[in-house]
Design a protein around this ligand. Structure first.
Ligand code: TXA
Ligand code: MG
Length: 353
């Protein structure tokens, strides 16, 4: 299979050249797999109603079939065919956060999407992305678009079209290149239980933002199951793992820097390729080994860190880094999403100094 690339300048959504999207939109209608930019990460899209097209997504990614997909829509009219009548809470969330990085798990209309999209659950996860190219493509294809992140299963999510091609060139029908994704980590996935918002996966919409709109938000413990079923099946898989092994180190900045550099020096002495992932505010503490220090972003502006995270993990792989030590950040705002991804990348390997 050859993978076609369409480049589209999405800087000015008013002047989006939608003619360029006619071909990928038509391919989506024909049941092909097309990667597309969203404001979070690139997704690998296919017509959510077409079982063969959806199967091709799982095939291309090597994704376990019990991990359901998010369905992307361009306007709320598309919702009617997908889900049961909406609760007032669902409507409130949609009014405030759509289009945007919030995925809402809703009771599915039986038969509305191919069975593999929901992995046999009675619910379907839906989101309306905020990216002008994604919205225009979904509109042009005129179908609900099932789209997981466009990476090989277990690899960091792609935030550029080049990342998508690294993982999936020759395995999918095309990529719409709309430049780098702004947010850089995936959407927040919520489930609504008895009128309360439960966060199944922290992401681009923060708990604080949700609390401006609703009274209560519960952050689901990833290990707790509801009615003995995993609440977000994706949670049980190792995700976002770099090839090297990674450890998170938490504590006062100076103590963390001392510990990390001791580890680094030891690894180096053993001939291992090692790297450090640190925040800009602390970079001066690591200046002796600056060549192997990767600045993830600013602590006082965590959006810069989420934006760079996955690209950094991919760079470590490219450079053949075997050992990585990373600083941590407070669990505030985007810090929840960032730490969630770092913890997964580290496979839970965590050190307090
Ligand atoms: O930002 C995003 O959400 C990106 C872009 C492409 O939109 N998509 C994305 O998809 O991250 P994926 O497949 O990598 O993650 C989907 C997550 C998984 O953790 C999955 O288990 C969960 O959503 N999910 C999907 N359907 C669900 C459902 N019915 N109930 C609970 N969790 C569900
Ligand atoms: Mg993913």
């Amino acid at each position: 299979m050859s993978t076609k690339v369409w480049s589209i300048d999405s800087i000015d959504s008013q002047q989006l050249n939608t003619a360029l999207l006619a071909e990928p939109a038509q391919l989506l209608q024909q049941g092909r797999t097309i990667a597309l930019p969203t404001e979070t990460v690139y997704g690998l899209g296919a017509d959510a109603r077409n079982a063969e097209a959806v199967a091709a997504i799982f095939q291309a990614k090597g994704r376990p079939s019990d991990n359901p997909l998010i369905v992307h829509i361009a306007d709320t009219q598309q919702l009617q065919s997908l889900v049961e009548p909406l609760s007032p809470l669902a409507v409130t969330l949609m009014d405030h956060f759509w289009p945007g990085p919030l995925t809402i798990v809703l009771p599915a209309r039986p038969g509305a999407v191919a069975p593999q999209v929901t992995a046999g659950l009675s619910t379907v996860a839906v989101r309306m992305p905020q990216h002008p190219v994604a919205l225009a493509l979904i509109r042009a294809a005129n179908c609900p678009v099932a789209a997981p992140s466009a990476n090989r299963s277990g690899r960091p999510s792609p935030t550029t079209a080049a990342h998508v091609l690294e993982d999936l060139d020759g395995r999918i029908d095309g990529v719409v290149d709309g430049g780098a994704c702004g947010i850089g980590v995936e959407s927040t996935v919520v489930e609504l239980v008895d009128g309360v918002v439960h966060i199944l996966r922290p992401g681009g919409v923060t708990t604080e933002q949700l609390l401006e709109v609703v009274d209560e938000v519960i952050v689901a413990d990833e290990l707790v199951t509801l009615n003995n079923a995993p609440r977000s099946p994706g949670m049980k898989y190792t995700h976002y793992a770099p090839q090297g092994s990674m450890q998170l180190v938490q504590g006062a900045a100076e103590a963390v820097a001392t510990f990390i550099q001791q580890c680094y020096v030891e690894a180096h002495a053993q001939g291992k390729k090692a790297a450090m992932l640190v925040f800009a505010e602390h970079a001066h503490l690591y200046r002796d080994y600056a060549n192997d220090v990767h600045i993830i972003g600013r602590l006082d502006q965590l959006a810069t860190a989420t934006h760079h995270l996955y690209a950094a993990l991919r760079t470590f792989d490219e450079q053949g880094v075997q050992l990585i030590w990373a600083e941590t950040c407070p669990l505030e705002g985007l810090g929840h999403a960032l730490m969630n991804r770092l913890r997964k990348a580290a496979g839970g390997n965590f050190m307090q100094v």
